[in-house]
Design a protein around this ligand. Sequence first.
Ligand code: C2E
Ligand code: MG
Ligand code: MG
Length: 804
Amino acid sequence: MKRQQPAISYWANSRRWAVTRLTRSDAGWSGWTAFALAATLAILVALSGLHAGADKALQLVRDDWTSRPATGQIHIVEIDAASLKRIDTFPWPRRHHAAVIDRLRKAGAAQIAFDVDFSAASNATDDAALAAALARADGSVIIPTFVQADRSTGGTLETLPLPQFARHAFLASVNVLPDSKGQVASYQYGTVTDGMPRPSIGVMLASGASTNLTDSFRIDQSIDPETLPRHSFADILAGKFDPADIRGKTMLIGATAIELGDRYATPGHGILHGVVIQALAAETLIQGRVNPPLGPWPLLVLVMIGLAAMLMLRGQRPVLYAVGAIMLPIAVLALPFLVEGAGMGSLQLVPAMAMIFGFAVIDHALKLVRKVSADKATDKATGLPNLAALTSDLADIDHRTVVVARIVNYAELSAQHHEKATAAMIAALAQRIGVIVGQPRVYRVDTDDLAWALAMTPDDPVFADSLSSIGLVLRHGIEVSPGETLVPKVVLGVAQGEGAHAARLIELARLAAQTAQQRGLTSLVSSDALMSETAETQLMVNDIDRAMGMGEIFMVYQPKWGIAQDRVVACEALMRWRKSDGTMVNTGQFIALLEREGRMADLTLFSLKLVLADLLAWKAQGTLMPCAVNISATIIGDSEFFEQATDLIAAADLDDGDLIVEITESSILQSADAAIAHLNMLKAMGVRISIDDYGTGQSTLSYLQSFPADEIKIDQGFIRALGGSDADRIMVESTISMAHALDLKVVAEGVETAIIYNLLADMGCDVVQGWHIGRPVSAGDFATRWLNGPEGLNGSEAAKRQRA
Ligand code: C2E
Ligand code: MG
Ligand code: MG
């Protein structure tokens, strides 16, 4: 058994097609746009240095997390408060310093360094004692020099220890340089004063060296100053220590008593004493933690490469993209730890993070914008691109031809089928048309209109071929679910224009389709003549309210001639619009346009009032004639309209059968329950129901029988062709006999000649209407000629006979 294609597959396929097109055309674009914008932002941040503060703070956070102990190689001998208290003279007698040197040397200290100023002389005995101790130590003691600004020369001035001290010691610089924030964050390898190189004390203690002494390095804030071994100067002096602790160590002697000052702010540890800072600088070198600053670029370039790779994967490998989206920021946060931990350098990560977050935010914003515009550009029911999409796409096509396919029986199809089915049909139709015309992008520009644009002119033979293929392909209808086939009837409107405004081009193609429909053609190419005609009508539609108020809208009456009675039996009220300059507006056209605009309710109530007034005037003269009014398909089911209409009719005090309502066959077909209920109510009020333009729709007579109809009016298209076409003759004849069998009266519209009249009379047609009987005339003329004249109700037999 052959499996039938289920409805949903058309539905799903076409939807998927529409959706992929949208994402493919826009997603890549917005991703790379976000990339470019975020990269620009990040580069600007990196170049401007705006990130430096934040990066410093982050570095401190990392230092805090990776806090590490000192090596224990550098010991501090603190000239602390206790020492000051115990040695109660100040400045300190230098024999104490001498004694401490001896004690430390005796305990086996590898190196002794002083962060204590020995540049000025004290008393001779003490100075001699210190000089002697230094001489005994024979070069293993480091004493400080420092550099100060020299106001007199504008240069620098080195302050050196007294010559008798310097002779037996190493000299090292103890300068620390606070940065612009007053914090000591970095440490200079040394200073050069008057051509004399002096390594810094911390560098000397760590036996570090640098080619360029004026270079500096960052003091590693992750080394915990609390872990530096410390001794009180007084304890050493008193011999209260374990020499084993000191053997082989480097002893750095300096002030930690608050009253001695020498305190500096640091980025990571608050206020520290100068001697501690020197020790930390030495530790930084000893632990190999001089991380050369690598700046923001390595991470930024890495992020750019990573993001670019992710963007390339985004369409095809969404999972990989998601993994990347999680991994990238983690990598940026983790890499500085790893690189710094390995002593390879210190990384700045803020610009890289700015790139990631900038990208995320911009990409998200662009996605939102895209989603909103995609929603705006998509028909919800079918997923097809809509009018807005076509209007914007048209801007990119040079030789522009727009074709509109109007589904003329859309209303009937949607009345008979579920909306899912009609949507599936539209989607499938769009797909088939796309294949035929070689243009996959087919738009739904209105409920019943599909459209597409081509880069060829309508006189191209390929173009004409493709249009005729559309009709062929639709002949068998579209199966939307097993057993459910919809047969859309399509007319085509074409408009072409090189420089024309997109919206106007589409509107012209739609007008061409509408005119094709009105004229019973399968397709129509918009021309200048058609354009000006329809454009003018459109303008006037907007003018309808004023026209009603100014009396430009009025009714004319056309006789309906009963063949058996051989006299006028009724009339039809037809609307006319005469503009103030005397020109007439084509009734069929402005009514069709107003129906499209949903403006028929007021106009129909207006016409009903005019007709009822004329009928009552005739009644007052004693010559009342049943009269038909036309009610559009679009409003028959409208309850508000219906209530107002029935109020008017009820108030008019007419007899049963005096009023006839004509509704077109198609309106019967698309009628919802409300419309049918309304027709039954009208019938109950004594109004006769007439089915207009019979034969143009698809209904069968037996189907119509379920409606409260009294008569059918065979469409003038069949009647006018009666003389020439056998097929039409058979159609009319069989319709008449079947209608009679169903107890329906038959009216023939558009009877223009005696030949046709006689044919219809032979076929047993009940009533004829047309120019052969009489053209529509004003209410006054109608009364004069058809109610009171010789051909009228009370006219002579002779006049009636002339008819045949
Ligand atoms: P319809 O209701 O089928 O009206 C018949 C149309 O045929 C009228 O055109 C009439 O003037 C025209 N006609 C009558 N006899 C002949 C003939 O022998 N030969 C030819 N060629 N035409 C003939 P009209 O007045 O232009 O109206 C066109 C359509 O506009 C009407 O078709 C009807 O559907 C609609 N219409 C007219 N007046 C009203 C109205 O007051 N309300 C509504 N809702 N529709 C109206
Ligand atoms: Mg009519
Ligand atoms: Mg008609």
